[in-house]
Design a protein around this ligand. Structure first.
Ligand SMILES: NC(=O)c1ccc[n+]([C@@H]2O[C@H](COP(=O)([O-])OP(=O)(O)OC[C@H]3O[C@@H](n4cnc5c(N)ncnc54)[C@H](OP(=O)(O)O)[C@@H]3O)[C@@H](O)[C@H]2O)c1
Length: 322
């Protein structure tokens, strides 16, 4: 059976995605994440319930060393035939931080490192091994679009480069607020998804690159860094009603997770490359992402700055992509 690798696939909406991939689409899975014990417990549940092979790979997406080491493990599993084929990658792990700005072990702002840089490195290092007709799906967020109600609350840091985002708050400068760092990391992952799609198409590679917004989704660990009062408020049906009334796009932990699995595996979405899908009040819809996300010049600059930030070596660059 073919395999899909998913980051953050053991919890939140990622776990609902993993369950559907295993139960309905019969994929073997690699759960990649920073919490081996939690991943192992969930992996055992999947193996027992759905009779699929589930491997775990330790991978902290905020750490370039950890991503490289996880990829090495995945490649040797492929080389040894322990994985039949890598049919997809789901870049789903993410954080929305609170409090003082922190930096990863590589010295990059943690949100940007976790949500964006680690996933780009993961994709670049594995892309040559993704099977024909495979898919790479990136979990983004509606907050990336400053023209929507979701995006108006945070607003992206439109004027910043990747280098500045990675080093925000250094040299005595004011850091980008956490909310903005989050929404901007999610804009960057869409820009990357579209740029990857263009590069794949140019090279004639039959692999899709797709972006997904799960909508504002409760009952996940997403708000875990926020004050307890905010977490409690978000759990009330009154707040959900207020959010719905104000036009925020609402997701649902089960549905949004299942939609993510569908985009990654269902034949209905085999022509989804270069597109943006959203879990929108109970429906999975295709829609346009923000204006900025379609800026090709910006995407090219982001791509080359990212290569520098993740220290992509000559022997690590894809042999099939321009
Ligand atoms: N919930 C929402 O309202 C919402 C809205 C739009 C977009 N999203 C996006 O949806 C995705 C899933 O979020 P969720 O709502 O399901 O939240 P969640 O329950 O907190 O799940 C996040 C997952 O990311 C993993 N993760 C965090 N930092 C990591 C790191 N450094 N390395 C590896 N894994 C890491 C977590 O693993 P641990 O168990 O180890 O912490 C967890 O499995 C995220 O990308 C989030 O930004 C969520």
């Amino acid at each position: 059976m073919p395999t899909i690798l998913i980051t953050g696939g053991h919890s939140g909406l990622g776990s609902e995605c993993s369950k559907l991939l295993a139960s309905t689409y019969h994929y073997n899975l690699i759960l990649a994440g920073r919490s081996p014990a939690k991943m192992e417990t969930f992996a055992a549940e999947l193996r027992n319930s759905y009779e699929v092979k589930v491997d775990i790979i330790e991978m902290d997406t905020s750490s370039l060393t950890s991503v490289r080491s996880g990829v090495t493990q995945c490649l040797s599993m492929l080389d040894r035939g322990e994985i039949e084929s890598l049919q997809g990658i789901i870049c789903n792990a993410g954080v929305r931080l609170n409090g003082a700005t922190t930096y990863s072990e590589d010295g990059y702002e943690t949100t940007f490192a976790t949500n964006y840089l680690g996933h780009v490195l993961l994709t670049e290092l594995l892309i040559d091994r993704v099977a024909s007709k495979g898919r790479i799906v990136f979990t983004s967020s509606g907050t990336h679009d400053p023209e929507t109600v979701d995006g108006k609350t945070m607003r992206v840091a439109a004027e910043y480069s990747a280098i500045e985002l990675a080093h925000t708050g250094k040299n005595g400068k004011k850091p980008i607020p956490n909310g903005k760092a989050y929404s901007t990391s999610k804009l960057c992952i869409i820009l990357y998804a579209y740029e990857l799609n263009r590069r794949l198409k140019k090279a004639g590679v039959m692999v899709s690159s797709i972006a997904f917004d799960p909508g504002a989704t409760f009952d996940t660990g997403f708000l875990r860094s926020m004050p307890k009062l905010v977490q409690w408020l978000a759990s009330t049906s009154f707040m959900r009603w207020v959010m719905k009334r104000s036009g925020i796009t609402l997701g649902d932990v089960v549905l949004s997770g299942q939609f993510l699995a569908k985009i990654a595996a269902d034949p209905m979405y085999s022509h989804g490359s270069g597109k943006y899908f959203q879990s929108n009040n109970g429906n999975l819809i295709e829609r346009r992402s923000s204006k900025l996300s379609y800026d090709e010049q910006r995407a090219k600059k982001l791509w080359s700055d990212t290569k520098t930030l993740v220290h992509l070596q000559e022997n690590e660059t894809s042999s099939i992509l321009p």
